[in-house]
Design a binder for this molecule. Structure first.
Ligand SMILES: [Zn+2]
Length: 664
């Protein structure tokens, strides 16, 4: 029985560490066989993809006969769910022996032959593919002319079938096929309208063997741009597709497919620019999607009763999260302009105002922050964590001024805990084109698809989002469109362990665990936690013990078949929201909010007005300078007119009937 750590008890950390080390030894493994133990790019690709799915890599290098025996033993190991042999190692292996070792409990362990180059002996490829693959050739690709195409083999390429991905290679090795021998390509380089297979399958008796050619490490700049994902994925596609196929439920996978549309700056009032909530609801019911309002807490007491009742009764389609506090410019920007202490006050006041909003309307809100303009610096994310927010969702998930992690996994997942252990999640604007491959990759990887727009987006009609909703629903028929709060409670990955129980890697503080396995299971939950704040864990509202190991928090939770339980990690902050001043005392903030309402409800009604808003959003400082100059000139003109009129009153007027001089 593992030692338990409890917030109210001090336990020797070493004991906890030992107990926890025992828990993680129940995962599955990939046996990787190479001629030499060196660190090739092929091995790096395998290790990255295996880590992505939470699989351990066991490396077997074939230096002598003893190594061959060990390699066969590793293939036979019950924990091995996939075998990857490099092309270099083929000659040293006895093919029937490998295939027989990879046949366990009446099923074949999937086998990939990786790192194939132009120097690989064609006779070996023929033998291992049952004559289907005849060789490998090299071809130069002119920069910017090629792309990857993903084949339509549903069991392996799933949602990615038919996708086109960016190619970052100057030269490719491609496989040649014998006709009519059953080889099929899964990934090909398309160049000059010709498909050159780089990842393929061939049948060997009654089993499939996969083949992948070698590639060079791509040069993809590391940065916060979410649209790096297709390039990063393309470089790992054969290994990720193969291991997804081989691991299934034994590899990390998400508890479902989730999506959400958020409208920024929206509040419970009409007119709100081009948004008509009844009309939007009709579209959501017809095209199956959900809308969250990124609500500015300053508007907490300005809701219209008819919309309050609509949002209260249709919580399946409408929800609300926080969008800053006053939304007076970039209120959560650099600390030189607004210190962290002021930003913390704004977070606190925003929460208190939303609590009052719920009191006034009985409409709930999700403690999810969408920062106005762009994501805040990391210190502000730590503040959100202290206030028990569930997540922050923004167009970039790397905080202002922070360094983007170079780990490829970072580019492939929308949520990260790297910054202050707080879930920072990226979202996509539907106001600009989103690459189709990005959506397909996210669906394949089980990433939540989060979109956002502003009211202007609906200028052509309230049906403006229907097309993207349809695309997502076609890509993944069981997509669940939910609030950002519900999505945050499903921000975790799970995988089946050797003992049939479930490992969970959590991102958010509150987790809704559904036991959809056809048996009672125990969830072994693990969450990155810096323990910078006192922590209490609750299960279904009751305090529950947890284990602490270094920077990880572990909870072991049995869940009966077909039921759900909720784990909440709470941080103590000593804040009493009811005592926070929520009054609106600033004239500056009031003026900005009224001007924003005027922009959304009046200026944006005409095409010219919308063009002005677009241009203003793009070149805010240039417009501000021009408007200031215009206001200055107007003030001078008004003042000089006033002076002239005053002077006129002082100059004696000619008697009526006198002739005036010529006008100038
Ligand atoms: Zn905004």
């Amino acid at each position: 029985m593992p030692t338990l750590c409890h917030p109210t008890r001090t336990i020797v950390p070493v004991l906890c560490l030992l107990a926890v080390a025992g828990l993680s030894a129940l995962g599955a493994q990939v046996t990787y066989i190479d001629k030499l133990p060196g660190d090739s790019y092929t091995r790096q690709q395998v290790e990255t993809a295996a880590k992505f799915y939470g699989l351990e890599v066991v490396v077997a290098a074939l230096r002598d006969g003893k190594d061959r025996v060990a390699a066969i033993k590793a293939i036979r190991d019950e924990k091995t769910l996939a075998v990857i042999v490099t092309a270099n190692a083929l000659a040293a292996l006895d093919e029937p022996q490998v295939l027989s070792a990879a046949h366990k409990d009446g099923r074949h362990t999937p086998l990939l032959i990786a790192g194939i180059t132009g120097t690989t002996d064609p006779a070996l490829l023929m033998r291992w593919s049952g004559g289907a693959i005849t060789g490998c050739r090299e071809s130069a690709i002119s920069p910017g002319t090629g792309s990857y195409a993903i084949g339509n083999v549903t069991s392996i390429t799933r949602q990615l079938g038919g996708s086109v991905l960016p190619l970052n290679q100057r030269e490719v090795c491609y496989l040649t096929f014998a006709s009519g021998r059953g080889a099929q390509w899964l990934t090909a380089v398309t160049s000059a309208s010709v498909d050159l297979p780089v990842f393929a399958s061939g049948t060997r008796g009654d089993r499939e063997v996969f083949f992948a050619t070698a590639s060079d490490p791509p040069n993809i700049p590391v940065g916060p741009d979410p649209y790096r994902e297709p390039a990063v994925f393309a470089a790992l596609a054969p290994e990720i597709l193969f291991l997804r196929y081989a691991a299934g439920e034994r590899g990390w996978h998400s508890p479902g497919h989730y999506a959400n549309l958020t409208i920024d700056d929206a509040w419970l009032r009409e007119p709100f620019g081009h948004v008509n909530y009844e009309g939007l609801l009709r579209e959501m019911d017809r095209h199956n999607f959900h809308t969250t309002l990124a609500f500015v807490p300053w508007n907490f007491d300005r809701s219209q009763p008819a919309l309050v009742s609509l949002f209260r009764t249709r919580q399946d389609r409408f929800s609300i999260c926080l969008h800053g506090n006053n939304h007076d410019g970039q209120e959560f920007g650099s600390y030189e302009k607004r210190p962290l202490s002021e930003q913390a006050n704004d977070v606190e006041q925003g929460l208190a105002r939303m609590a009052r909003f719920t009191q006034l309307t009985q409409v709930p809100f999700d403690p999810v922050m969408v920062f106005p303009h762009s994501v805040a610096p990391e210190g502000t994310l730590a503040v959100l964590k202290r206030y028990n927010f569930a997540a922050t969702v923004n167009s970039e998930n790397v905080p202002l001024g922070a360094v983007t992690p170079s780990d490829p996994e970072f580019a492939l997942r929308p949520a990260t805990l790297v910054f202050s252990n707080f879930p920072s999640v990226r979202r996509y604007s539907d106001e600009a084109p989103i690459p189709a491959s990005q959506l397909a990759i996210d669906a394949f990887l089980g990433n939540p698809l989060l979109f956002y727009v502003h009211q202007n987006f609906f200028a052509p009609g309230i049906s403006a989002f229907d097309k993207l909703a349809d695309t997502v629903n076609q890509l993944q028929a069981d997509t669940q469109w939910r609030s950002l709060g519900v999505i945050a409670t499903h921000l975790y990955f799970e995988k089946v362990r050797d003992d049939g129980n479930i490992d969970v890697r959590a991102y958010s503080g509150t987790l809704h665990l559904d036991n959809s396995y056809k048996r009672d299971v125990t969830f072994f939950v693990e969450k990155e936690e810096d323990f910078a704040l006192p922590v209490t864990v609750f299960v279904d509202g009751q305090p529950y013990p947890y284990q602490r190991a270094g920077t990880r928090l572990h909870v072991e939770l049995p869940v009966r078949e077909g039921t759900s339980r909720e784990i909440t990690v709470k941080y103590e902050n000593g804040v009493n929201l009811a005592a926070v001043d929520i009054s609106k005392t600033s004239w500056r903030v009031a003026a900005i909010r009224w001007l924003s309402d005027f922009r959304d409800d009046v200026v944006s009604r005409t095409a010219l007005g919308r063009r002005f808003i677009q241009s203003y959003e793009k070149s805010r400082s240039a417009w501000n300078r021009s408007l200031a100059l215009f206001a200055g000139l107007l003030a001078i003109a008004v003042a000089s007119g006033y002076v002239r009129r005053s002077r006129k009153r002082l100059i004696p007027q000619p008697p009526p009937g006198a002739v005036s001089g010529p006008s100038t």
